[in-house]
Design a protein around this ligand. Structure first.
Ligand code: ZN
Length: 279
């Protein structure tokens, strides 16, 4: 589901200086020079507070100039510093979404703190992460609410997501099982609370279920073949699971095989019971 990403190579503070010095036309030139110091300081606060919406203030004084910030992101000039930074972030090797673990190339960049509410972080490298479209549509302008200031895991700062943070449970009847997704039992309470809101707000359980149903059907087919060939079922499944732990144990395939191999009743069913035949 979520994987930890290595932070961007472009320095977020240097980028502010470069963007300001590259504004040559009025009135933007004067405007950006007038706010440069405070902008830099607000980016420093973002990094120190790890992008946490409860601790990173909005900037009402620049509300009337929000479009100028957002345009830096949406229409970077040829050869601009932020254009080069955005190109580097988009040129990634990911083949799964860092926010949900879906096996798809994440083709958009998400603003962890949304640019509508925080236009001054529209081109802050540490505020930008690759994300799949279904996640981005659900996240949209959300950050948290008055009870829970922070809904979402931050891929650069929440390094606990380097380990498995989500758990799938597969409940009988195993021919037509039910799937339950939750925060991993090894997490601390604050970590589990964050994972729970992240799952809920991105509607990940609902989006997973079709994948899990299909993967379960393929599992039955594969195990049937293994038994015909006299192959060791559990050892093979464990080896598939280990392979799918790359690049993150929170990818959908790994969560599925973890749920299979750690479920003694299901393993017993697969090894010894009569399995359904699929057309
Ligand atoms: Zn996603």
């Amino acid at each position: 589901m979520v994987m930890t990403l290595i932070g961007p190579t472009t320095c977020s503070l240097d980028l502010v200086d470069n963007v300001v010095s590259e504004r040559t036309r009025e009135p933007n030139r004067s405007f950006f020079r007038s706010i440069a110091g405070e902008w830099r300081q607000r980016v420093a606060v973002y990094i120190a507070q790890r992008g946490s919406p409860g601790h990173v203030p909005t900037w009402p004084a620049i509300a009337s100039k929000a479009t100028s910030f957002k345009t830096l992101y949406s229409h970077p000039a040829e050869g601009s510093s932020q254009g080069a930074m955005l190109a580097t972030l988009r040129d990634h090797e990911l083949d799964l979404c860092p926010a949900c673990g879906s096996p798809t190339v994440p083709e958009t960049l998400d603003h962890y703190l949304p640019k509508g509410k925080y236009p001054h972080f529209a081109v802050t490298p540490f505020n930008l992460t690759p994300m799949c479209d279904p996640c981005q549509r659900r996240k949209s302008e959300k950050t948290g609410d008055h009870l829970t200031p922070r809904f979402f895991i931050h891929p650069y700062f929440d390094t606990f997501s380097i380990d498995q943070i989500v758990q799938l449970r597969i409940a009988p009847p195993f021919a037509t099982p039910t799937f339950m997704l939750s925060a991993h039992s090894a997490l601390t309470n604050p970590e589990a609370a964050l994972v729970t809101t992240h799952l809920r707000e991105l509607e990940i359980a609902r989006r997973y279920v079709r994948f899990f149903r299909n993967e379960h059907r393929r599992l039955i087919r594969n195990v049937t073949n293994m038994r015909v060939k006299g192959l060791a079922v559990l050892e093979n499944l464990e080896s598939w699971q280990a392979g799918h732990a790359d690049p993150t144990p929170n990818g959908w395939h790994h969560l599925f095989y973890d749920a299979v191999t750690s479920n003694a009743d299901l393993v017993e069913y697969l090894v010894n019971d009569r399995l359904p035949l699929y057309p």
